[in-house]
Design a protein around this ligand. Structure first.
Ligand code: BES
Ligand code: MN
Ligand code: ZN
Length: 514
């Protein structure tokens, strides 16, 4: 779907969307349209339960004797509550109400609203982002769908004062949406299409945006001593991969010689990258500790953490973020076979710490153990954030509304929570502590890969903490939020891309220069 911005005039034909505030208070364009329709808008509201509340829409099909095919009234809620997230939700609802109605184009008019501090251009850009995010569809394998069953909407024009400004504001937002879409694509693909090597190949496409990509294969990882990550892939016919992505947006291009060296030295603290690490289990059967077959198909999205890191790098590079960022993803398939690791095996991680693998289904932490350690040793990052569909237990704790946040650094945790609130990707801080750490004590090795009974998400996070040293670190357990069974305002059901917008905002709010 194409999104265009224009001056705020009411079209005579086609599909028109206007806003209504709470208690049926018409916006300027709604009022203008109501006059043109001889009171048709007010009559339609009175004949229905539509009050202009934030989650309401009301469609008027071929109203009156005018030339419009459809008028959509969209509730904006209370003027004082209108903010970026509200406008995104409005954009999403507009898309949902119009995309499948047979119309090819629609115009939304965004007015200045009394008592709302957000300018129309910004409201328009946020509405556009919401519509765009909601328009995502993973339809490539639906080869026999009839045209009349496919979404019809091709162009959404948003009319507002300052259309040029709105277009400019939408630019970087659209790049972030591109990153979200990339993540959703990767997460939605089945495991016969996306496996470690093919996922690494997808990451490589970011080179076009100026991201530096390295792919480490099994030989290289063996030399580095990544016994934990490699053990997970041992039963698979697919080769395990580790992908390192670097976006150096803070390094000043063109600055050369002594002056640049000095500038670099002065800014030494700023030069250390921010690092993102993702669990990329392209399919998790559980291995020899095999999962029940019911619902196992969901484990195609056990690579969501890596998908988010890859999509985030696309977003940052796409909008040319002034930050040095590293993305590292451990890509592996967890399969049972004659070569698979067994319960009771003891593996040696790159850190030198030994791990007793008591359950081969607790594989994500083995992947991250080596990826985190490698990241810390090689890049000495200013902060390191990992994402993983790590535990079923986090779904018991938080359901599909919030991701679990674990951190050894209160400041970092607060920044992540604030960024999440800004973009509507909520996280909830979970505790860490010595008492939980005791649960992964092994009788025979430095640690075991499962806890005893309770607090499964926390003992998993304690395990990860043993591989980050003193680096400020946060872990996002996204098992509950990576996939949605229902449509949401700006997230259609399926792969959500949860984390891309949050971490992009974290970078924008706290780590970007200038
Ligand atoms: N990938 C799963 C966690 C998961 C479960 C993600 C459901 C999304 C939906 C992970 O590898 C796993 O199997 N974890 C085990 C750990 C247990 C064996 C300690 C779990 O949560 O049951
Ligand atoms: Mn597992
Ligand atoms: Zn897993």
């Amino acid at each position: 779907m194409k999104i265009a911005f224009s001056a705020p005039s009411l079209p005579e034909r086609g599909v028109l969307v206007v806003g209504v505030l709470d208690d049926r208070e018409l916006t300027a364009s709604a009022e203008q349209l109501d006059a043109r329709m001889n009171g048709g808008i007010v009559r339609a509201m009175e004949a229905s339960r539509f009050r202009g509340r934030k989650d309401q829409v009301l469609a008027l099909v071929a109203p009156g004797d005018g030339g419009l095919d459809r008028v959509l009234l969209v509730g904006l809620g209370k003027a004082g509550d209108i903010d970026a997230l509200r406008m995104q939700a409005v954009g999403g609802k507009i898309h949902a109400a119009l995309a499948n109605q047979g119309h090819k184009a629609a115009t939304v008019v965004v007015d200045a609203v009394d008592g709302c501090s957000t300018a129309p251009a910004e409201m328009a850009a946020e509405l556009a982002l919401g519509a765009r995010l909601r328009s995502y569809r993973f339809g490539k394998y639906m080869t026999r769908q009839k045209d009349e069953d496919k979404p019809s909407l091709r162009t959404l024009t948003i009319g507002c004062d300052g259309a040029g400004e709105a277009r400019k504001l939408f630019g970087p937002r659209q790049k972030v949406a591109d990153g979200v879409f990339f993540t959703r694509d990767l997460v939605s693909e089945p495991a016969n299409v996306i496996y470690p090597e093919s996922l690494a190949a997808e990451a490589k496409t970011l080179a076009d945006l100026g991201v530096k990509i390295e792919v480490l294969g099994e030989d290289k990882m063996k030399k580095l001593g990544m016994g934990a990550l490699l053990a997970v892939g041992h039963g698979s016919a697919r080769e395990t991969q580790l992908v390192v992505m670097q976006w150096n947006g803070a390094a000043k291009p063109g600055a050369k010689g002594a002056k640049a060296k000095k500038a670099k030295k002065d800014a030494a603290g700023d030069e250390a990258p921010l690092a993102f690490v993702g669990k990329g289990v392209t399919f998790d059967t559980g291995g020899i500790s095999i999962k029940p077959s019911a619902g196992m198909e969901d484990m195609k999205w056990d690579m969501a953490g890596s998908g988010v890191v890859i999509g985030l790098m696309k977003a940052l590079a796409g909008r040319k973020a002034k930050v040095n960022a590293v993305g590292i993803v451990g890509l592996v398939e967890n399969m049972p076979s004659g070569r698979a690791q067994r319960p009771g095996d003891i593996v040696t991680s790159m850190s030198g710490q030994t791990i007793e693998v008591l359950n081969t289904d607790a594989e994500g932490r083995l992947v991250l153990a080596d990826a985190l350690w490698y990241c810390k040793e090689r890049f000495k990052p200013r902060a390191m954030i990992d994402l993983a569909t790590l535990t079923g237990a986090i779904i018991i704790s938080l359901g599909d509304e919030k991701a679990g946040l674990f951190s050894n650094d209160d400041g970092l945790a607060e920044r992540i929570a604030a960024a999440g609130a800004d973009v509507g990707e909520a996280v909830w801080r979970m505790p860490l502590g010595e008492a939980y750490d005791k649960a992964i004590k092994s009788e025979i090795a430095d640690m075991k890969n499962i806890g005893n009974r309770g607090a499964g998400s926390i003992t998993a996070a304690q395990f990860l903490k043993r591989f980050v040293g003193d680096t400020p670190w946060a872990h996002l357990d996204i098992a509950g939020v990576a996939w949605s069974k229902k449509d949401r305002d700006v997230v259609p059901k399926g792969g959500t891309g949860f984390g891309v917008r949050l971490l992009d905002r974290l970078v924008a709010n706290y780590y970007e220069k200038g």
